[in-house]
Each structure stands twice: as C-alpha cells, then as structure tokens.
Design a protein around this ligand. Structure first.
Ligand code: PLP
Length: 352
C-alpha cells in the first residue's frame, strides 16, 4: 500500500482507485458537534472505556440495528477500528495462538496478529468470495483461538449470508473459538442486508466505527462490543496504549450515530454499477454486494498489469496486499463518477 502511495505521489493527477476511504466529508452537524466540544473545553482525558453517553448510545444502536443485546459494561470506545483490533488481539493472543482469516483479508489483520505473537492461518473463499465453510473447519487446530470475519468485505465487496455466518458461529461454538467480526462497512450494502454474527453467538467481539460510515477516518473513533470478561482486559490494554479515544470526537460521534447514510449508499451503488457494467465484458469478477471495492482477476501477468496501469496514470492495488495469492487487483469506487469513467476507459484499453 505504501508503495502505491509513493508511486501516486510521483504521478501527475493520477486516476486513483487505490484508496480505502470514503470520498464524502464529515456531515456539517457532526463537524459542529466536534467544534462545540472543543470550544467547551472537552479536550482532556476521558475514561478509558469512553464517555458514558456514547457507550449508552452505542448499546442502543447495537440493539436496534444489529440485534445484539448488551449493556455498557460490554463496550469500549476505541481509537477507530484499528485501535479496537489492536487492543483485542493484544488482549486475547498468547505466543503461538492461531487466528483464522478468510483469504482475501483486510491487510491490517495479518500484521496485527503477527505483532501480537499470533499465527495467521488462511481459510479459503469460494469463486464468489463467500466463505468456504468446510475449509474453515479443516483449518481448526488445538492452537486456534479465533476467527476473523469481515462482512461487507474489504477487498472483495462480498456480504456474507446469514446462513454462512450461522454455520461459522456453530463451528466456532463447537470448537470454543472467539469470533471477531469487523463490521466497519455495515452501512454500505447494495444487494443483501447485513447480518451481525454477534446476534447469534455470544462469544463474539464486534468491531465498528465511524471512519467509513460518517466519512471521518481522521478522527479515530470506533467501538468494540464483547463479553464483559474480554472488555475488562481490553480496558487495561487501552489504558497503557491509547489511554482513551480522542475526547472531542467522542462527543461528535454522538451525532454521527444519527447520520443517515442511505443516500450515500445509493450513490455508491450507482458507482458500483459504473464499474460492473463498464468492466464486466472484458474483466472477470464477482459483482460487489457492499463496501466500496471490486476485486478483479488480472487479465494477464499481475506484475506487468500493475506496471501497465501505472504507465497509464492509473492506480490500483495488487492482491498480494490482501492475499496469499497474487491473482487479482482491488479497485475502490469511492471516488467521483468522472474518475470512475476515466478508469474504466483506461482499463478497457489494456485488453484487446
Ligand atoms: N477494517 C477494515 C475492513 C478496513 O477496511 C479498515 C480501513 O480501511 C479498517 C478496519 C480500519 O479502519 P479505521 O479507520 O476505523 O481504523
């Protein structure tokens, strides 16, 4: 990813489909809430678990939207989802513990597992990027501590079905595994509805935040919901690492929870269609159902393809960032329709 950013900085006006951030700004009402909090002097440390108003409101949201019934003691406000993942993996992993990931996976998981002495183990996904349940079950050993789920998915745009998630939950239960469910793209669903595995399996750590759904990746606010015994340990880890999530933005997050993303989701669905209809004839890929990514098979040698894209001023991300197999490239369609149309035109010139 860093190499892509470096290359991007050298290109003049690149057609950039490499970034994983939404292209809309923080809504005004949320900005005003942050400014008011700063002006009111809410700039000091707050409790490590987060401000009480936000924990209560997140608990209400989880109940209403995700069917996860918890009280505040099962919640910690974190420095976005990355901060949440970091404290959760530090909390649960001992050296040599294995964590199963479905390949392809979000790049941060592998690195954070390794950083915490764990061993990433890769389970397959099918041609349409749904989880291969039999392969998952076959990868469980005595050392397996957890499985990480990410739906809607980065980098594939797949939304896991409720049936697949229930199967994963029952296998996890049979084997005493923790499920870690990263739901950061839950608001970006085009084809199916989002299902939270934490609504059917108690031993689940659910992570979410505001970086994508409220266009505020720079404000670093998210949350972790888990059984109280896990949260109690996460609090200790957060205390010595982040101390607390940024205080004024926790107040802003109270407003961010009320933000209705449905019109943005519709806009991203139109953008998804531009990509799918524009590239579907020449390129082979599964229609993204959510998030804002498409994961597309290289039409010829991957290294040569990425170089050809750069020569045409187009930035995409190679699969090697997200997978043990360098067979695909990822594009993000969280950008203007104009940029997407230019990208489609360039990509179509690369294959005759
Ligand atoms: N999880 C997934 C699946 C992501 O795609 C990202 C960012 O791209 C993150 C977590 C990190 O998000 P945050 O900005 O909330 O740390």
């Amino acid at each position: 990813m860093r190499k892509m950013f470096e290359m991007a900085s050298k290109l003049k006006d690149p057609v950039d489909l490499s970034l994983g951030a939404p292209d809309f700004d923080v809504p005004d009402v949320v900005k005003k809430a942050a400014i008011s909090a700063i002006l009111a002097g809410r700039n000091r440390y707050v409790p490590t678990v987060g401000i009480p108003e936000l924990r209560t409101k997140v608990a209400e949201k989880l109940k209403k939207k995700n069917n996860i019934l918890v009280d505040d003691s099962c919640l910690i406000i974190t420095s976005a989802v990355s901060g949440g993942l970091s404290i959760v993996l530090t909390t649960i992993l001992n050296n040599g513990d294995e964590v199963i990931l479905f390949d392809p996976y979000f790049v941060g998981y592998k690195q954070l597992i390794l950083q915490n002495g764990g061993i990433p183990v890769y389970a397959k996904t099918k041609e349409d990027f749904s989880p291969d349940i039999l392969d998952f079950e076959s990868k469980i050993t005595k050392r397996t501590k957890a499985v990480i789920i990410n739906s809607p998915n980065n980098p594939t745009g797949k939304i896991y079905s409720a049936a697949d998630l229930k199967n994963i939950a029952s296998i996890a239960e049979k084997n005493g595994l923790l499920v870690i469910s990263d739901e950061i793209y839950e608001d970006f669903c085009f084809e199916k509805t989002h299902f939270s595995i934490g609504s059917v399996y108690e031993n689940t750590v659910t992570l979410n935040g505001f970086s994508k759904s409220c266009g505020m990746p720079g404000w670093r606010v998210g949350y972790v919901c888990a059984p109280k015994r896990i949260i109690d340990e996460c609090v200790k880890v957060q205390q010595y690492n982040f101390v607390c999530a940024p205080s004024p933005f926790q107040y802003a997050a109270l407003k961010a929870l009320d933000f209705d993303t449905s019109s943005i989701t519709q806009e991203y669905k139109r953008k998804r269609n531009i990509i799918y209809e524009g590239l579907g004839k020449k390129y082979s890929f599964s229609k993204p159902e959510g998030a804002f990514y498409a994961f597309i098979k290289y039409p010829y040698d991957g290294k040569k393809f990425i170089q050809d894209c750069v020569e045409k001023n187009l930035l995409v991300v190679p699969a090697s960032v997200f997978s043990q197999h360098d067979t695909h490239f990822r594009i993000s369609f969280a950008t203007s329709e104009n940029v997407l149309k230019k990208a489609v035109a360039i990509l179509n010139t690369l294959i005759s």
